[in-house]
Design a protein around this ligand. Structure first.
Ligand code: GLU
Length: 432
């Protein structure tokens, strides 16, 4: 008798999780890597991972702290809480107390803990990042999507927020705003942020301000909403995007004093789940948040690369007929390929999901469909993460040319050859 035969166990799965697929960003990355292993030429525009190396001084700090082995307090290493509070005061004008800083194993995890802990509806603009809504579904919260428009740079208008809130003014809700926005690369003006803050304040909305791309605003001109609604806003950030350290999994939340009750409850959940964030990573993160000349220079060059490349490929898409906003921060574009609907439909392509699947099969370019970001399936939008290049070489290259030197064709092809080829393949495929 085969002792090792599989036992068929009854399937008992939490109904909130049943049918849940792996997160779109993670799934497209796994698929791209698999196809690459099979020998296919793949253009990785799926996962939004920083192309740049972690600054050398931060890597050095990690080396020096590899021996750190103790569990740290759930809210984080005291020195790191202090460095984060100071960083936020210096960069964003946020009056943060180190006691109000919560460190976690990635801001994604902190967002999940927040949604679990705060009892209210989730309100998110569409498009917005792939994981906010699935997290709410897992936990069993209601989700209110607020669709946005290209004309408003894909951002929520104060009027739309107000309209939503007046429908049921007393309902507790958590609004997540993200800017510069993943998936569009666009950000909001100070005036827009002020008005949104006034509405959020009027309806006592808890606001999670996801500013993880703030430090890579292409002109270094990021404005936080926190100073406009300090008592109701939690700032969310981390090392993944501006410090090139996605795999380090280090996220931060900064709370106002008035939401200490929420921080305390989240920290209690933290003690029952992740216990504390990796110690060596936290020690190294102190160095990152302290910044200084080396990190300033790194950021300046990162922004030049992202701006120059982002504008160049937006122009290429635009000229070929896609409708696209030029990026202001981060490393994403969100073109709308509706102009090609007729041609695509003739090939049986009716949804953004069909479009991304067929594009990958036909050309090797991996991007994500707009439907993964809460847009209607038939809208032919897609998110392109323009990160498939050697970030180290690109930083050195911009460092060697003057600031007003344009990214000409030769420069683009030398340092961003795969990204440029991917865009050309997309354009050729759309117009086939
Ligand atoms: N934030 C990145 C993205 O949108 C990657 C990380 C993730 O989704 O977990 O692609």
């Amino acid at each position: 008798m085969n002792k090792h035969k599989d036992h068929i166990l009854d399937v008992h799965i939490n109904p909130n999780v049943s049918g849940l697929k792996p997160s779109a960003t993670v799934a497209i990355n796994d698929l791209s890597n698999e196809l690459k292993r099979d020998g296919k030429k793949i253009f990785k525009m799926g996962l939004g991972q920083s192309p740049f190396p972690v600054p050398e001084c931060v890597v050095e700090a990690l080396r020096e702290n590899a021996h750190q082995k103790d569990y740290l307090p759930v809210k984080g290493l005291r020195e790191l809480q202090e460095a984060v509070a100071e960083h936020h005061r210096r960069n964003f004008g946020i009056d943060a107390d180190p006691d109000d800083v919560l460190i976690g194993p990635g801001s994604k995890e902190l967002m999940f803990v927040l949604q679990l802990t705060y009892f209210g509806d989730l309100v998110i603009p569409a498009p917005s990042w792939v994981s906010y809504a699935p997290q709410a579904k897992i936990i069993g919260r209601h989700i209110q999507f607020l669709p946005t428009q290209f004309e408003n740079d894909w951002h929520l208008t104060p009027e739309d927020l107000e309209e939503r809130c007046t429908l049921d003014p007393g309902r507790p809700r958590l609004l997540i705003l993200n800017y510069p926005l993943n998936p569009t690369g666009t950000t909001m003006s100070k005036a827009r942020l002020e008005k949104l803050a006034q509405v959020a304040d009027r309806y006592r909305v808890v606001l999670l301000s996801d500013e993880i791309y703030g430090k890579i605003h292409h002109d270094g001109a990021h404005q936080s909403i926190v100073p406009f609604y300090p008592e109701g806003t939690i700032f969310s950030g981390g090392l993944s995007k501006w410090c090139g350290a996605g795999g380090w999994r280090l996220g931060v939340f900064v709370f106002p004093r008035s939401l200490r009750w929420l921080l305390k409850a989240m920290a209690a959940v933290g003690t029952e789940t992740f216990t504390s964030t990796s110690a060596p990573i936290q020690y190294a993160a102190v160095r990152a948040f302290q910044e200084g000349p080396e990190i300033d220079a790194y950021l300046k060059k990162s922004r030049r690369v992202l701006k120059g490349l982002g504008n160049a490929i937006a122009r290429r898409l635009d000229e070929a007929g896609a409708r696209v906003r030029y990026p202001q921060g981060g490393f994403y574009l969100f073109p709308d390929f509706s102009a090609f609907r007729g041609k695509l439909e003739a090939r049986g392509i009716k949804t953004s999901a069909d479009m991304s699947r067929r594009l990958l099969e036909d050309t090797g370019v991996a991007f994500l469909p707009g439907s993964d970001f809460g847009r209607s399936p038939e809208e032919l939008t897609a998110r392109l993460a323009y990160v498939d290049f050697n970030g180290k070489e690109a930083l050195e290259a911009v460092g060697s040319i003057s600031e007003d030197h344009p990214f000409d064709e030769n420069f683009l092809k030398t340092y961003f050859g795969k990204v440029i080829e991917a865009i050309d393949r997309i354009n050729e495929w759309m117009t086939r």
